[in-house]
Design a protein around this ligand. Structure first.
Ligand code: SF4
Length: 365
């Protein structure tokens, strides 16, 4: 259905034959192959912008498979922007736990409150107005405008960069030269169908024009694709050599009272894992400090550094985290949340903290 509508429209509106062919092929392919996803619950242009925005925020840096249960949970708890704006920070962070990049959750909440309070609960339609909302960057603004409103915007993410840089064999390191891709994406944009176009590019990039093993024989652009014709599909996008990630090291503390309660602390609001609950930790640096120094803050002589460590990779570094088992008095005046040992696994904690807890519990069994 989508492709028939597009064909009629292209005949009367677009004059550049090559681009018509490329865009039409893409949209025809999308009409047959588009993924059924929970946030694609209505035709583009008539979708609830709250749902579009929520899905786009969640999908940044994460896979569709990981996002679906979170998206459904959020919609169930907070079905519209007003409900989300009224939610408690802790409830939202708890619901987000495990999805990573926690700054996104804080920004999302700030944006929901802004829309509810300053925009009467209505998301603006234009990309330029969406960009003014807290926590909304160029990609999300373009995606919401295109998908929810069919605005004349072409969101460009990693999938789009990869696919278009192969189609046109675009020279220059990416994402440094992203503006070249932005211009190409904009030039192909079929006005009035920008939502379908944006989603078609997303699907083509993730399902067909994959980073390592592109499925060129299934691609609607195979005949037009310069990188394919040159036999150099995986040479694009051109990228600078990756710098190896540094490794940081630190200690986490399993702090236990005689009544079997474990101490959880809230991390500072800004920065990595900002505002999330977790085991207390030291700073993470290049060198692992001596455990004796690390436990000084608890003013107790009862502690043991557990053997081994957990490993976790963040965007910019690898982390090696050892765990120190610390015993404190019943009356320890330590600010934080004391949780019964058996309940601690049920807390919504970031993945790195879950790993540290499992490591400690496995050794202490
Ligand atoms: Fe990507 Fe291959 Fe399609 Fe070119 S032909 S866009 S390399 S999948």
């Amino acid at each position: 259905m989508i492709s028939r509508v597009h064909k009629q429209w292209f005949k009367i509106t677009v004059t550049r034959f090559d681009d018509i062919d490329i865009t039409e092929r893409l949209l025809a392919w999308f009409g047959d192959q588009c993924r059924a996803l929970p946030w694609r619950d209505a035709p583009c242009g008539s979708r609830d912008p709250y749902r579009v925005w929520l899905s786009e925020v969640m999908l940044q840096q994460t896979t569709v498979t990981a996002v679906i249960p979170y998206y459904l949970k959020f919609l169930d708890k907070w079905p519209n922007v007003k409900a989300l704006a009224e939610a408690l920070d802790d409830d939202v962070m708890r619901a987000w736990a495990g999805l990573g990049y926690y700054a996104r959750a804080r920004n999302m909440l700030a944006c929901a409150r802004f829309v509810a309070e300053q925009c009467q609960g209505v998301f603006p339609r234009a990309e330029s107005d969406l960009l003014k909302l807290p926590g909304i960057g160029p990609y999300t603004a373009a995606a919401v405008s295109a998908i929810a409103f069919n605005g004349p915007s072409a969101p460009v993410d990693g999938n789009v960069i990869r696919t278009l840089s192969r189609l046109y064999a675009v020279e220059g390191e990416m994402p440094k030269n992203k503006d070249k891709i932005q211009k190409l994406a904009q030039a192909l944009l079929p006005l009035g169908f920008s939502g379908d176009y944006a989603e078609a590019l997303m699907d083509l990039g993730s399902q067909v024009c994959r980073p390592k093993n592109p499925r060129c024989s299934e691609c609607p652009w195979m005949q037009a694709c310069q990188a394919f014709r040159d036999g150099k599909a995986v040479a694009y996008p051109q990228k600078a050599a990756k710098k190896p990630k540094p490794t940081r090291r630190g200690w986490a503390f399993w702090v236990e009272r005689p009544d079997g309660h474990i101490l959880l602390e809230r991390r500072p609001p800004k920065g990595l894992l900002g505002g999330m609950m977790g085991l207390p930790t030291t700073e993470w640096g290049e060198i692992l400090g001596a455990p004796k120094q690390a436990v000084e803050r608890f003013a107790t002589a009862q502690w043991t550094a557990l053997p081994g460590h957990i490993e976790h990779t963040f965007t910019h570094f690898h982390l090696e985290l050892g765990v120190i088992d610390v015993r404190v008095d019943a009356n320890t005046p330590w600010p934080g949340l004391w949780i019964a040992r058996d309940d601690v696994v049920n807390q919504a904690l970031p993945s790195v903290m879950q790993k540290a807890l499992s490591h400690a519990q496995g050794l202490k069994r």
